[in-house]
Design a protein around this ligand. Structure first.
Ligand code: RBF
Length: 348
């Protein structure tokens, strides 16, 4: 029992304790440095040789450089896709990252698995589509348009009298692996572009089985050239160089994807259907850092909005593609860029 005489002393002690804790708490709040915003980029593959991942790294670095409290680390997941889930799980398990940023259409499904164990981890997945998970934001490019641009040029080249073009109405597509965006967006866009030039054009479609085997890619390209193909769209990451090399040796042509890289093989690469993943990532990451990104949302961005295009301003395009073909490309490009010509976005 506390005796009555001691009560004022007790109240005074409690009062002093309250005051001191308020002063201490407010003092410590003033001293606290602003919280850092740490981003981990998980590259599902390797950066070098894959233009879409090179743009991912460029875009995030540019955004982070604008904020003193933001940091970025980039981790390459390698080509063993069976390990990606485990690697992503260990990143989420650290609890260190405000955002894990990744890129390709398969990644939302791997992220969803990780979220079962780490439900607070937020993910941004560009070049992908998944709606309605409130810790995941996705952004998809309208790749029917990107495929259409290069398919249209492929159609014009295969029906032309250019030195590498033969009378067969055949164009090629080589990809690292099959996936829904390729089968439902890129390939149908490519095919439609070519068939809008001549409905008799056939697509020779081959799969490498990975994103690095340049030797296998080169063998596939050579067998396609033997079968009468004169131009190939290559979507194969590091293996692209095998396709390009084969085309160079055979005097044939290449259509390139994602970045405007005519300089890799001038005169062989005739057209580049491009994405502005660097710009999209820059904008999305800035919004995330500023707390303005709407998680749970799935954006789809188009040519008209400036995120997909065909690189027709490069001097190597002008030098190597005949004027009548460029003229026809320009007429078509104007229509897509203005929104006069649009394509349906399929369910994935
Ligand atoms: N594209 C690349 O350029 N390099 C890659 O290593 C790569 N890996 C992929 C792995 C998976 C599982 C999937 C579904 C797609 C991959 N892509 C890769 C394709 C990429 O997402 C995109 O569709 C193409 O770059 C065309 O824009």
């Amino acid at each position: 029992m506390v005796c009555k005489k001691m009560l004022p002393v007790l109240f005074l002690c409690i009062f002093l304790l309250c005051i001191s804790s308020i002063v201490f708490a407010s003092g410590s709040r003033e001293k606290r440095v602003p919280e850092s915003f740490d981003i981990m980029v998980f590259v599902p593959g390797v950066v070098a040789g894959s233009p879409i991942y090179e743009q991912l790294a460029d875009g995030v670095k540019k955004a982070v450089a604008e904020y003193s409290h933001a940091t970025v680390k980039i981790m390459e997941g390698g080509f063993n896709q069976g390990e990606w889930g485990e690697k992503l799980t260990s990143l989420a398990a650290t609890g260190e990252y405000e955002i894990i940023l990744t890129s390709n259409p398969a990644m939302p499904f791997i992220a969803l698995e990780v979220m079962k164990s780490f439900p607070d981890q937020r993910f941004i997945n560009v070049d992908a589509y998944y709606k309605g998970q409130d810790k995941l934001y996705t952004l998809l490019y309208h790749q029917v348009e990107q495929g259409y641009f290069v398919g249209y040029l492929g159609g014009l080249v295969t029906t032309s009298t250019m030195p590498g073009s033969n009378p067969d109405l055949k164009i090629g597509l080589i990809a690292g692996q099959e996936y829904p965006v390729l089968n439902k967006m890129i390939k149908p866009g490519y095919e439609k572009g070519a068939k809008d030039i001549n409905p008799g054009i056939k697509i020779d479609f081959r799969i490498i089985g990975n994103w690095y085997d340049a030797n296998k890619a080169s063998d596939l390209a050579n067998s396609m050239f033997d079968a009468g193909v004169d131009i190939i769209l290559t979507i194969a990451g590091g293996a692209n160089q095998g396709v390009i090399q084969a085309a160079k040796e055979r005097g044939k042509y290449i259509l390139y994807f994602d970045s405007p890289e005519y300089n890799i093989a001038p005169g062989t690469i005739l057209g580049c259907g491009i994405l502005r993943q660097d710009k999209a990532v820059y904008e999305v990451v800035k919004k995330a850092i500023e707390g303005k990104l709407e998680f749970g949302k799935a954006d789809v961005v188009t040519t008209k909005e400036g995120f997909v295009d065909f690189a027709d301003k490069d001097p190597l395009y002008t030098e190597n593609v005949p004027p009548d073909i460029r003229q026809k490309m320009e007429t078509m490009l104007k229509k897509v860029r203005s929104g006069e010509l649009t394509f349906e976005i399929p369910g994935l």
